[in-house]
Design a protein around this ligand. Structure first.
Ligand code: BGC
Length: 767
């Protein structure tokens, strides 16, 4: 047969191509073409070299016109090597706001636009799939990857993710919604067994993925490293086939997280479970599939099913469609989207009237805190991005026409240069996440002499203190040094507040952190606090827009800010029971023992505000909270049935203040007493107004499908909405309800597959 006689892959001849494939070719297509993760450690000459620094590929089979596809991290922008050997051309990518910041916009239309820009950069850089959105729940504030994830609430997570996915995919590029599932900690992530009830799994950890699958059909989903009730996600048939495909109707492919071969799990079992692409892929896995089919251990039908799904994925990709990648995305347009979305995601936590700085009232600012000058645009690990620039506070203020103290600039710049050199010299060579390649590092805050602070009071109109926190893949956060303030930060806040307040001058604290920090012990001192998250490469500009009132804050927290980190019910089991054996490896000589390393989800469904609101615990800032420079009034809501299957909630939001702004209406539903225990309230809908002028109103209408009011009934393996009177509580945080209405709802049930049963009885927190 000549080459010309081979069928060449087209969207309409997938079966023909499948028939023409040899077993070897089929096996090859199910295993990634190795990875290019560490740029100085890259697999040279392989398909992974297609785009330097991309995380992985799916392999090419040129005989049948099957191109390689390229997978890049994600999720806050395209993470590829900014420079390449043999060329002076650069490949920087826009650093968009991190997940927590994007979600805090509560603006799905805006998130969709960010998704479009990310999808565009993905294909312009000759990639096919961006490895995001990160969709795991903020089960505990100490998870090192919370910055990549959206919220402690699954509904909000699902809605934001669906908007991001639709945006990326509208550009003809794909996403990989990750990490499926229950991957809410980094400690021992590749071994830990997440022991969780079927109810908490379905209602919390899977629900966001379910919403995203139903509403946006991601091209790909990434299975997580961890186990769920004794089974690794990547080889978990219940998860990858019963729940994902049978219950939810998922059409795309599943790929593994980047682990290759692992103890206690065969590639055969992963193929059988419904995992279509092994990443980053090793030749031994190809051989295992071939041997499995030959020995009869692996059915050809299972291989064909996964290969078919791979082909269906490939025909959608830019690589297949010969997209002419420019390697030159429109940074100017994308910077504007970054600046705007970050400004909408930044949350004003406190304001005693000091903000905004109107009419050039503040001309000179004393800028404290090392991250004012080394601003953290994003987190570390695979979630970092290499942007062309980062606008820090100094630059952001300058562009807004506000001067900063040259003395402080000099002190901090020298310190940062010193700290960077020291870090480079001392970093642990085996700790990959300490490589600068994996993102900006955070250097410890330094003490500033009170004499120096007092000098600044003479010349500055106001002070800013930036408190920075860095976190990322592979490690969870430490309570004492990362959740709480360290003594030098505490002293800085006290000294600056005392000195500036004595002169009647305001102090603003900017939190430059991907996740929650302790605030209760110091928040009374500054005049205003802005949680800026890690807002992407335009961060300093976005913050200046808010400080000067060019933009009115409208971000709302997507997670509870507790008084102490240990206040969360999950804290008793975070990161869980750990047991190690010693081994000389990259990570310093110990490895977790599978089966002995587990996390009991004793808090069950009581994660985040579901716990704090049900059990009446005080918090520092509640879920949904965020201040504005104006005020809003909510009308009496109208709540009525919409057909048989939905409830319609409408409410009028009026700007009652003196400047324009946006507000978020959040609908929390309180269920009647019934057979199943329920949290005090759960978020079931939200909507954001347009920019309302003073005195202007907008009617927000939201539809809640009755199936969304359901709880998971383990006994019947079904979703169950119990009949009764439901209370719809509408406000602008879980603790600030402005209006309520009630409606009788009829019973609703929806059978599911029986899946993910725990292997041992679970202790469960009860009301
Ligand atoms: C991370 C994933 C990432 C992958 C490829 C893994 O270590 O968990 O989120 O997409 O690496 O870089």
């Amino acid at each position: 047969m000549t080459t010309n006689a081979q069928p060449q892959l087209r969207p309409d001849n997938i079966e023909e191509v499948l028939k023409a494939m040899t077993l070897e070719e089929k096996a090859k297509l199910l295993v990634g073409g190795a990875n290019n993760f560490f740029s100085d450690n890259a697999v040279v000459g392989g398909e992974a070299d297609l785009v330097a620094g991309a995380a992985g590929t799916s392999p090419a089979i040129p005989r049948l016109g099957i191109p390689a596809t390229v997978l890049t991290d994600g999720p806050a922008g395209v993470r590829i090597d900014p420079t390449r050997k043999g060329t002076t051309k650069t490949y920087y990518a826009t650093a968009f706001p991190i997940g927590s910041c994007l979600a805090s916009t509560w603006n799905t239309e805006l998130v969709n636009r960010v998704g479009q820009a990310i999808g565009n950069e993905t294909k312009e850089y000759r990639c096919d799939v961006i490895l995001g959105p990160g969709m795991n729940l903020h089960r505990n504030p100490l998870c090192g990857r919370n910055f990549e994830y959206y919220s402690e609430d699954p509904f909000l997570t699902g809605k934001i993710a669906a908007a991001y996915i639709r945006g990326v995919q509208s550009q003809g590029a794909g996403v990989s919604a990750k990490h499926f599932a229950v991957n809410s900690q980094e400690t021992d992530r590749t071994a830990v067994d997440e022991r969780v009830s079927q109810r908490a799994a379905r209602e919390l950890y899977l629900r966001g993925f379910e919403i995203a699958v139903r509403e946006s059909q991601p091209w790909t989903i990434m299975s997580s490293y961890n186990q769920i009730n004794g089974q690794y996600s990547m080889g978990n048939h219940d998860l990858l086939t019963k729940i994902l495909r049978q219950d939810w109707g998922y059409q795309g492919i599943v790929m593994t997280d980047w682990i290759g071969i692992r103890d206690g799990l065969t590639t055969i079992s992963e193929v059988q479970a419904g995992n279509d692409l092994m990443e980053p892929g090793q030749p031994a896995q190809v051989n295992e599939i071939i041997a499995g089919v030959k020995s009869g251990q692996l059915a050809m039908a299972d291989v064909d099913r996964n290969v078919r799904r791979m082909l269906e994925y490939i025909v959608k990709t830019p690589s297949f469609n010969h997209y002419p990648a420019s390697n030159a995305p429109d940074f100017v347009a994308h910077a504007a989207i970054t600046r705007q979305s970050a400004a909408e995601g930044i949350v004003l936590l406190k304001n005693n009237g000091a903000l905004p700085w109107k009419d050039a009232a503040v001309k000179t600012v004393a800028l404290f805190g090392e991250n004012s000058y080394d601003f953290l645009s994003g987190g570390t690990g695979s979630g970092c991005v290499h942007p062309p620039y980062v606008v820090d506070m100094l630059e952001g203020l300058k562009q807004a026409g506000i001067c900063s103290s040259p003395v402080l600039t000099d002190i901090y710049r020298k310190y940062i240069a010193f700290a960077r050199a020291k870090f480079q010299a001392e970093r642990h060579p085996a700790k990959w996440y300490q490589r600068e390649y994996f993102g900006q590092q955070k250097y410890p805050e330094i003490a500033i002499d009170p004499i120096c602070v007092n000098n600044e009071v003479q010349t500055a109109d106001a002070a800013i203190i930036t408190i920075g926190r860095q976190a990322g893949e592979g490690v969870d956060r430490d309570i004492d040094t990362e959740f709480n303030l360290i003594p030098a930060e505490r002293a800085l806040i006290m000294d600056v507040c005392n000195a500036f307040h004595a002169a009647g001058k305001p102090v603003v604290v900017i939190i430059n952190s991907g996740s929650v920090i302790e605030t209760a012990s110091w928040r009374d001192y500054p005049d205003a606090i802005l949680c800026a998250w890690q807002p992407g490469m335009e961060g300093g500009n976005s913050i200046a827009d808010l400080l000067t009132g060019k933009v009115n804050p409208s971000g709302k927290l997507t997670m509870t800010w507790p008084i102490a980190a240990t206040d969360h019910a999950s804290s008793r089991n975070f990161p869980g029971q750990l047991d190690y054996y010693t081994f000389k490896d990259l990570y310093g000589g110990k490895r977790p023992i599978p089966g002995h390393t587990y996390t009991n989800h004793e808090e069950d469904i009581y994660v985040g505000y579901r716990f704090f609101d049900t059990f009446g615990r005080d918090v520092a800032y509640p879920f949904g909270y965020g201040l504005s420079y104006t005020t809003f009034a909510f009308s009496k809501p109208v709540v009525k049935a919409k057909g048989k299957d939905a409830v319609e909630v409408s409410i009028t939001v009026k700007n009652t203040g003196s400047v324009s702004g946006k507000e978020v209406a959040q609908v929390y539903v309180q269920a009647p007493n019934g057979r199943l225990e329920k949290p005090a309230q759960e978020l079931k809908a939200f909507a954001k107004t347009r920019e309302l002028q003073p005195g202007e109103s907008e009617v927000l209408t939201m539809t809640i499908p009755v199936r969304l009011l359901a709880s998971f009934d383990e006994a019947g393996s079904q979703w169950l909405t119990e009949a009764g009177t439901y209370t719809f509580r509408i406000g602008n945080s879980s603790r600030h309800i402005a209006a309520t209405a009630q409606l009788k709802v009829a019973a609703y049930t929806e059978k599911t597959t029986q899946a993910l049963a725990p292997q041992q009885p679970l202790n469960r927190l009860k009301q």
